[in-house]
Ligand binder design. Structure first.
Ligand SMILES: [Zn+2]
Length: 405
């Protein structure tokens, strides 16, 4: 078993027994994913060789693009306003005479961007979805490593000690998932760590560098280790699928595309106030039209892959739809006003429950092909949803009655 911890020397799976047997079920059982699970990848290559773009550029792309477009556009507007009339006429004539050249230059820039986009299309691990990624896994790892230090610093007062039983419990679940999925390069090429943070928010996430964070609020929200395993498998799946690289690439590319329109906006609109509002409006449109649906698609993908990673770790996969059913019931209760950052950019709980229910049969089959013990038929996790709904309902009624008295 490989060790995970906050700060101690850790052993990555590559130095552990990555060649020991892992579950290799028939590929057909992994419907609806075209998967490569079960094929032990022996290469240690961690990234493709590409021109190195400093990773920090991807992180600061949004504010950087905002500042560049503001400075250029606003500067152009001020310069034009101050220009004497006869010079304005000269520039207008210059533009009219060179219209063709301007259009050709614009066309070449658009062509260049299209080429850059096309040359960075690659296949997503496991699902084989074609996607646009400009950031290499190594660059994402570096971003993750720097985030790791920041997050540790931010929560240093609340880090649960590695000797605490709660830490032990979460570490057991994490190790189980990682060991069962160690045939995946994205699992064995990382040094995994686990940090448990004593904080009531229901949150858990994993950095691309393999640093798992679980908040005690999330541990409390899970009724058993299998539920926690479902949540953690989902988060680990994000890393396996390279979602951070994909998200940062998309955000940076959109910012690059919007650089010229935003600068034009700042230049053409009569004053800074109007330009600021227009800027905010364009930002919101991009968020709603592109980034949010994109985030939700990635969540669904992580749900699907996470479910099979959990199945491979012999976790009771029936807990997955039940967990989201419970989240739905809880989100509808006005008395429960918990911080749920975990699901803010996720599809709605009902959709997740439905998607996971649809996949349950193949996940159970896959689980049994992995040699896991049969699931207990006397226990049905989905019944917890109805029980919770009934409990919250009666509590609400009780409170209403006592208020009337
Ligand atoms: Zn997620």
């Amino acid at each position: 078993m490989f060790a995970i911890g906050n700060s101690a020397v850790r052993h990555s799976l590559c130095s552990a027994s990555r060649n020991s047997p892992v579950c290799s079920p028939s590929k057909n059982s992994f419907y609806p994913l075209k998967t490569s699970f079960g094929n032990v990848t022996r290469s240690f290559a961690t990234s493709q060789k590409r021109a190195a773009v400093p990773p920090i550029l991807f992180v600061i792309a949004k504010p950087l693009a905002r500042i560049i477009s503001l400075v250029i556009g606003r500067g152009a507007r001020k310069w034009w306003t101050r220009l004497p009339e006869h010079k304005k006429i000269t520039f207008s004539q210059l533009y009219q005479n060179n219209k063709k050249k301007v259009y050709i230059t614009g066309g070449l820039a658009v062509g260049g961007l299209a080429l850059a986009y096309e040359s960075h299309i690659q296949e997503c691990p496991i699902t084989h979805r074609r996607r646009f990624v400009a950031l290499t896994p190594d660059q994402a790892k570096k971003i993750g490593e720097s985030n790791f230090k920041d997050i540790l610093e931010e929560h240093k007062e609340n880090i649960v000690d590695e000797t605490h039983p709660v830490y032990d419990k979460v570490a057991g679940v994490a190790n189980n998932i990682l060991k069962a999925n160690k045939d995946l390069r994205q699992i064995y090429d990382k040094t995994w760590t686990l940090t448990v943070i004593n904080d009531g928010q229901e949150n858990a996430f994993v950095l691309p560098s393999g640093n798992i964070f679980v908040f005690t609020g999330m541990i409390e929200a899970c009724e058993n280790p299998d539920e926690l395993g479902i949540v953690m498998s989902h988060e680990i799946a994000h890393v396996v699928l390279g979602h951070v690289e994909e998200k940062l690439t998309l955000t940076s590319f959109i910012q690059l595309l919007m650089l010229v329109p935003m600068a034009v906006l700042w230049a053409l609109l009569p004053n800074d106030g109007v330009a600021l509002v227009a800027n905010w409006f364009m930002d919101s449109v991009i968020d709603v039209m592109v980034e949010l649906p994109f985030s939700r698609d990635m969540e669904t993908e992580a749900d699907r892959v996470g479910l099979f990673m959990a199945a491979k770790a012999c976790i009771d996969v029936r807990e997955a739809p039940a967990f989201w059913g419970k989240m739905k019931v809880r989100s509808e209760d006005p008395l429960l006003d918990k911080e749920t950052e975990f699901s803010s950019t996720h599809p709605c709980h009902e959709t997740r429950q439905q998607t996971l229910t649809e996949m349950l049969e193949s996940a159970i089959k896959f689980r049994s092909e992995c040699g896991c013990e049969r699931l207990n038929c006397d226990y049905d996790p989905i019944k917890k949803v109805a029980a919770l709904a009934a409990f919250l309902n009666s509590r609400r009624n009780r409170m209403e009655r006592s208020r009337e008295m």
